[in-house]
Design a protein around this ligand. Structure first.
Ligand SMILES: NC(=O)c1ccc[n+]([C@@H]2O[C@H](COP(=O)([O-])OP(=O)(O)OC[C@H]3O[C@@H](n4cnc5c(N)ncnc54)[C@H](OP(=O)(O)O)[C@@H]3O)[C@@H](O)[C@H]2O)c1
Length: 337
């Protein structure tokens, strides 16, 4: 099973939004496996993309092309001559103006350019946001690849990120069918783990806020998590496996925020981690059931969430986003204050 280290020299693939959190890991693993990678970025010379040049094999087999999701010609130029595409670029915001059009029309543009370039397969990074936003789902229902978010519910609750991702994925399937493009979709849940880039992306802020003192309480809600390296590997597996098809839910576990802060406090008690729930009235939100069987059947072994959380914090320290505090010094200060 080609899970680690298979060599595929000679193949050229495009990764959209190459400098982003997940895409950087996809680029890293692709280079390690011997692919030649054409990454896209809106501004390849921006220092936020500099980390890509540090990746093993980048100097020999990585090029960065300037492309915007709403500029078809720029995408066409980047995708031309590629054997495959990893379409990962997307705004990650709940601002409807910034989210919906680039996500949806950008995805249409990528699939159309893929058809023109006759690529072998497109892997699209969708989201759990396209899957689980459904108020009518029974709590006993196991969330799987057959589930779709309710668009009206997303709109009414102003969940424009989920709305945009769901409509973008629907557009991807429709255009792929119309143009005869082989499309496979990965639907990750909230992605954590070590950052390759120097900036902090939205899903990492989800954890950072519990360590900096900016969150004074935690919400009475649940969230599913997955490690960024597993997400990147999932993309490559579904690209490489000829039999891969359809959607792949990419999730390791669902935790209540109370469990997240407990894990953080256990390993990083030196930070001001909130231990109080903002809602002490309603019953504690229950985790939803899900399956990641389709990816496990392809050979993916998921990293446990505790390891994922610890690696996230260590990475934030290493990248200078969190001060490295010694818990011993902290304890001594507490005793003397
Ligand atoms: N992180 C998560 O928890 C998570 C979970 C599920 C799904 N996803 C999906 O995974 C993908 C990557 O997310 P991420 O967390 O890695 O986000 P990220 O670090 O913010 O990266 C997003 C990338 O998209 C690019 N982009 C945004 N708008 C663009 C536009 N109009 N034209 C061209 N490029 C554009 C950005 O490129 P520039 O450098 O040009 O700005 C950036 O590289 C997204 O599709 C997201 O929906 C993420």
């Amino acid at each position: 099973m080609p899970v680690e280290g298979a060599s595929v020299s000679g193949q050229t693939v495009c990764v959209t939004g190459a400098g982003g959190f997940i895409a950087s890991w996809i680029v890293k693993l692709l280079l390690e496996r011997g692919y030649t990678v054409k990454g896209t970025a809106r501004n390849p010379d921006d220092s936020k993309n500099a980390h890509l040049w540090e990746l093993e094999g980048a100097k020999e087999r990585l090029t960065l092309c300037k492309a915007d999701l709403l500029d078809y010609e720029s995408l066409r130029a980047a995708i031309n001559g590629c054997d495959g595409i990893f379409h990962t670029a997307s705004p990650v915001t709940d601002d409807p103006e910034q989210m919906v059009e680039p996500a949806v029309n950008g995805t249409r543009n990528v699939i159309n350019a893929a058809a023109e370039a006759k690529v072998r397969r497109v892997v699209f990074t969708s989201s759990i946001g396209a899957v689980y936003m459904d108020p009518n789902r029974s709590p006993d229902k196991v969330v799987d690849e057959t589930c779709w978010s309710d668009l009206e519910f997303c709109k009414n609750t102003k969940n424009w990120y989920c709305y945009g991702k769901a409509v973008a994925e629907q557009a991807a399937w429709a255009v792929a069918e119309e143009r005869g493009v082989d499309l496979v979709v990965v639907n990750p849940v909230l992605v954590l783990g070590p950052l390759l880039q120097s900036t902090v992306n939205a899903s990492i802020i989800h954890i950072l806020k519990y360590l900096t003192g900016s969150a004074k309480t935690y919400a009475n809600s649940v969230q599913a998590y997955v490690h960024v390296k597993d997400v990147a590997l999932a993309h490559i597996l579904v690209f490489e496996m000829p039999s891969a098809c359809g959607r792949y839910l990419c999730a390791e576990s669902v935790l209540h925020r109370g469990e997240v802060v407990e894990i953080l406090a256990k390993y990083f008690r030196e930070y001001p981690i909130p231990m109080k729930c903002s809602d002490e009235v309603k019953p504690r939100a229950k985790p939803y059931k899900f399956t990641n069987q389709r990816l496990r059947d392809l050979g993916l072994e998921f990293t446990p969430v505790t390891q994922c959380l610890c690696e996230t914090v260590k990475s934030l320290q290493e990248k200078g986003h969190l001060p490295v505090l010694s818990s011993q010094i902290d304890d001594a200060l507490r005793i003397h204050s």
